[in-house]
Each structure stands twice: as structure tokens, then as C-alpha cells.
Design a protein around this ligand. Sequence first.
Ligand code: PLP
Length: 432
Amino acid sequence: MSSGKPTGADDGRGDKRFETLSVTYGEEPDLSGGVGDVTSPIHLASTYAVDGIDMDTALEDLDPDEDEFLYTRLSNPTRHAVEKRVAALEGGDHAMAFASGTSAIVSTVMAAVEPGDHVVAFEDLYGGTNTMLKELFRDKLNVAVDFVDATDPEEVRAAATDETALLWMETPTNPLLRLCDIEEMAAIADECDALLGVDNTFMGPYFQRPLELGADVVVHSTTKYINGHSDSLGGVAVLSDDDYAQEIGFLQQVGMGNVMAPFDAYMVLRGMKTLPLRMRQHETNAAEVAAYLESHDRVAAVRYPGLESHPQHDLADDQMDGHGGVLSFELDGGLDAVEHFVAALDEFTLAVSLGGVESLIEHPASMTHSPLPAEERAELGITDGLLRVSVGVEHPKDLLADLERGFEAVADAASNGESATDEATETAVGDD
Ligand SMILES: Cc1ncc(COP(=O)(O)O)c(C=O)c1O
């Protein structure tokens, strides 16, 4: 599944391939003034010594590639290395690293719209983005937002108006793994003179590069696959348009001052070195887990773009170089079965988030998507029996054995006529 593609031709990237850029790009050893560290040191300084008074150099003329730094909020060597590498991996000219994926999204959207504008968004977005679009952009900043089923490009086209400034998409979506056709979305954005933003957190640049398919900007929560070890929070925006990049950079450094901290930047740089290796293993394991779940008679449905039963499997093959490590499935028996199932698991930790080397399982209705009203969840298909899995890089046989434990617990509870809710009540009473 290696992309094997060169990802850009400027800035010393040459025709280096993804795997090579992942390891070294942006942190080449410095023998001129430094000691030749083969990995970047963590530059913690908040401010930098200046070589005398200079009335001729403006702030924007400082060039981090020439080691010109003034103040860490504006630019920092460790963060700059992350920005260079992510830009190279996504095939963009500019990248800005933020304190979280959420701050990357809010700055990217804010730089694209103004009051009175209109946004068309996929209805099936990460819960936090959905809430941000409604409660910040729509309710406070007077930006109209329409949520549509973007699996059908005609729904997006029908929602777009002369005021539409931005199409905002995730593909695959969270938690239902629905896809939108990025090239089609880019065509619609062109028709209405809008920008197309894609949250590429679920696939990462190893499996999907939306800029190559016509998107104007890509964002990531680096908290997920790009860092990959569930130990750092961050986000990035990547794009090639100079003016739009300047607007986002203004919000990152001045308008909001919302930057990735040096220690997190160091962790992300380190995590990216193994991104291709991890992604390959995540995918191998997820494919095994998906096939196992699909064959299980207690599972009503499995959603994974790598399965032929996925309604958009062909589109997945067209626009992605792999199918990723996240899937969701519908357990028969609803909430009661879910409670017994997750309580019996050892390898899969019940936790939100995804993209780390360890396997996680989460219950969207009570966790990531609990801020959405129950009727909205029901309309989207986020039922009480739905579980989302982020498949880690452990041995797949251990993962399957763990899931088997979960199914056995559900079967035992059913044959004993137990309800997990009754048990929880008994425990609570017992604790008193
Ligand atoms: C697809 C997606 N985008 C954005 C975010 C937000 O990222 P962060 O938690 O780093 O702010 C998440 C978090 O789960 C996510 O799943």
C-alpha cells in the first residue's frame, strides 16, 4: 500500500518518496553551528537574541529556513520542522501547526468565511466540529451552515448558493465511515467559487492526499495518526494558496496565538518517522477485525471502506491508497449488549480518540457524539448499539481473541437473562 509517490518538487523535497520524507525531512543534522544531532532538539526558548537594531527587516521577512526567529508564538524551530514535514507529506506548500486539531479547524474555517457567508458541511462530522459550526459560526458569527449528506454530490450542489464560501468535508466520516468524492466536491467548490476544506484525520497523508484531488486546504488532528502514540495534542492545516495561508497564519500567530507547543512538536516529529509502518499495520489489522466482525452472527452491520460490502468501496479504492484503521459496527442487542461487550475486553480500551498504536473502542452515543440531541443521532444512524473501533498495531490474533471474549460475555448475559444496567445498580448499591 506504499504510495511510493514523490510528494512535491520544491523546498529540497526533490523526488524523495513518502517514507523518506517521513523520517528526515525538516530536521536534517546541522554541522555548521550545531553539534550534528540526527534528531531535532526541542527548542523551548520563548524568545531569541537579536543581532542589533534593524529598521529594514519586517517581521514577515524573517525566514525560519535561514534560522531567523524572533518569538516562539510567531515561529519556533521545532514547530517549523513539523510544519515543513507535514506540508511535504500532504503535498502542500504551506503548513501551520496548532495546539489541537480543533484549533486548526477553527482557524481554517474562520480564515475562509465572514459574517453573511454560507458553509455547506457533511452532516456526519466529528461531533466537536459539528458543534463548532453551529454554536460558534452559525449562532455567534452569523455564518449560515447547512449540513447535508455529502455521499451524494447532488445534495451538496443543491445546498450551495452564491453566498457559499466554504465546503467542509471529512472522508471517511466519524463514526459511520461514509465517504465523499473529493474530486466531485472540488468541482462543486469551483462552480460556486468557494473553497474546499477536508479533514483528513482518519486516513492521514499516507492513505489519502486531498490536495492532489483538488481540495484547497487539508486539516489534521495530529493527536491521532500523525503523532500516533496517544501522548500529544495538536493539529495542522496544509495548503498551497499563498493568500489563504497568510490568513490562517495570521490567526495562528496573532489573531488567536494558537500554536503547537515545542514539546508536542517534538513528539509529532518523532511519531511521523514511523507513520508509513504504523499505517500499514493498522490497515492489516483493521481488515482482519472487519472480516471477523462481518462473519459474526451477533453483528448486524460493519462499516469499513475496505469491505466489499461498504456501499462506497469503489470510491475508496479510487481516491485512497488504503482503507485505514478505524471501523464501526452495530452490535445486536443495543445498549445492554454493548455494556456487557465492552466490560469483557482486555486489549481494546474503552476510550475516545483514535490513531494510536493501541486498540481503542468507543460508544459514540454516550461518548463522542453525546452532545448531539438523541433525535439527531437517530437520524444520522448513530444508534445505541454502535461501537467505533480504532484498531492498533498489536498482533491481530490477540485482538480477535479479545473481541471473542466480548461476544461470549454478551451470550452469557443473554442466557442468564442478565441486564448490565441491573448489575451496575447492584454494584452501586453494594458500594454504599
Ligand atoms: C476527525 C477529527 N477531526 C478533528 C478532531 C479534533 O481534534 P483534537 O482533539 O486534536 O482537537 C477529532 C478528534 O477526535 C477528529 O476525530
